[in-house]
Ligand binder design. Structure first.
Ligand SMILES: Cc1ncc(COP(=O)(O)O)c(C=O)c1O
Length: 476
């Protein structure tokens, strides 16, 4: 019965007639109501669905106008298209028929296999990792920069896609604060750090190439490289950070987060950095350094970027404003080794990973006027206190079950489970109680060796952190 295939939501903002039209269209387009089949009369369908006859008449007329139905007065409308042959994407084909018909590229198929579950809700809850505190961002100042950028847009030259003022401001900032050695034209402005990884993979990876990543590590990196056909191998960590596993042939690319390893927060030692650089032959092995939250350091001077130690132009340096400003600003950057600048720029234009000039110009002004550094200084003090507050709360109230690793910087920390390996079950219990965390085992590339919780501290006020720790106590 056709009415059984239709599910109209009275609470939906969309009118019933629009919903009915769209669902019938989708049923026809996917072949679930086949060519030649007569639909019920408008009176009958209206009564089966509990809607007015006008609603059904509207849907029939609309679909007749689009060519899906033949409708003549006094007769039941008949389906005129063989939907199974056409647009599967229109809707509810069964998974099997859909995948048999959709000939996805190897890239998309691999991406779908490696996509990691986004279990988070839209609403940010304590202690979700990976975020700074958007409530502390100086929105009024930023709004003024945006406004000035917008009103001067007509006077600006069109292009280049990477705005020179922002490139220069960043080259200067990165040299002074992170020891990055780059000229402005090596810097690309992108919509995110993830976009930088996608671009690098598109330009360098041939299917079958070996890529090394940290294990546990940042799943977005493994996904970007796997989708391009790389064989991704996880490298274990020790106290000095990522280790080079013995007996492996050289990799094409090595992805690492040496400033604060994601997720453990460990800082890679100088000896380990030098070892990776020495064993990476220029032009053969490229290193991707992701410095996603290197702006935040609390206990000592930050360790300068690995990129600054490289004398042979084999390190890509990736950064993002998602943590240093707000996660929805959607801006990141990539410092490209000199030999690859022109190739990366061609790829950037063709893939279309171009950030809005309005926002680039506004950010250049925000940095030039000192607001960016002032914000970072303020956040460093605030996040430092929040880190200490969370560590103190966890150690005092949950010291029996959790062993906290205190990171020297960053925006999140790891608390290992002392008595159990069931971190995913713990995360589930915590989420139900209103505390969001991530299981360390879910960040493993292969068989998980680490079990614990990744907890964010930067985005939460001390009172919110205290309340979250109390909730955690009730869950263990
Ligand atoms: C290690 C690491 N790199 C990159 C990113 C992504 O940054 P963006 O939001 O700019 O893509 C994240 C996000 O959490 C991250 O943890």
């Amino acid at each position: 019965m056709i009415s059984a295939l239709i599910d109209l939501k009275r609470t939906d903002g969309e009118g019933l007639a629009v919903q009915l039209t769209s669902q019938l269209r989708s049923l026809i387009a996917t072949g679930r109501i086949g060519k030649g089949r007569a639909l019920p009369s408008s009176r009958r369908l209206a009564s089966d669905l509990g809607v007015s006859r006008n609603t059904v008449t509207y849907a029939f007329e609309q679909l007749a106008a689009e060519g899906y139905l033949e409708a003549s007065p006094g007769r039941r409308p008949v389906v005129t298209v063989d939907g199974g042959e056409s647009s599967e994407e229109a809707g509810a084909a069964t998974p099997r028929t859909r995948s048999a018909r959709l000939r996805l590229s190897p890239w998309a198929s691999k991406l779908k296999q490696t996509d990691w579950p986004m279990s988070y809700q839209a609403q940010l809850k304590p202690l979700r990792p990976g975020h700074g505190d958007a409530r502390e961002f100086p929105n009024e100042i930023w709004a003024r920069c945006l406004r000035r950028s917008a009103v001067s847009a007509a006077r600006r030259e069109l292009g280049p896609v990477n705005r020179i003022r922002l490139r220069e401001a960043l080259a200067h900032y990165l040299a002074a604060s992170r020891g990055v050695r780059a000229t402005a034209d090596q810097i690309m402005i992108l919509p995110s750090a993830q976009a930088a990884l996608t671009l690098i993979a598109a330009v360098l990876i041939t299917p079958g190439d070996e890529v090394w990543v940290e294990d546990p590590g940042y799943p977005g990196a493994a996904a970007a490289f796997r989708a391009s056909g790389a064989r991704v191998t996880g490298m274990r960590l020790d106290e000095q950070g990522m280790q080079r596993m013995p007996g492996l042939a050289a990799a094409k690319l090595i992805f690492m987060t040496p400033s604060h390893q994601h997720p453990t927060g460990r800082v890679m030692s100088l000896a380990r950095r030098t070892e990776f650089l020495r064993s990476s032959s220029p032009g053969k092995t490229w290193i991707v350094e992701d410095d996603y939250d290197g702006e935040f350091h609390y206990d000592s001077r930050p360790v300068p970027a690995l990129q600054g130690l490289d004398a042979h132009g084999r390190v890509f340096y990736v950064g993002t404003f998602s943590k240093a400003m707000t996660s929805d600003i959607r801006l990141g950057y990539l410092v490209v080794p000199p030999l690859l600048v022109s190739t990366l720029e061609i790829a950037q234009r063709h893939i279309g990973l171009i950030a809005s000039s309005h926002i680039q110009e506004a950010l250049a002004e925000f940095i030039a006027d000192g607001h960016f550094l002032a914000h970072l200084r303020r956040m460093r003090r605030l996040y430092h206190a929040r880190r200490d507050h969370l560590v103190e709360g966890l150690e005092r109230q949950l010291g029996e079950v959790l062993s906290v690793e205190v990171p020297s910087g960053g925006i999140q920390l790891v608390a290992r489970l002392k008595r159990s390996r069931a971190d995913q079950a713990a995360v589930k219990r915590l989420v139900e109680a209103g505390v969001e965390t991530r299981a360390l085992s879910s960040l493993a590339l292969g068989k998980p060796r680490d079990h614990g919780l990744l907890l964010g501290f930067a985005a939460w006020r001390e009172a919110e952190i205290s309340a979250a720790v109390r909730t955690m106590v009730s869950c263990f």
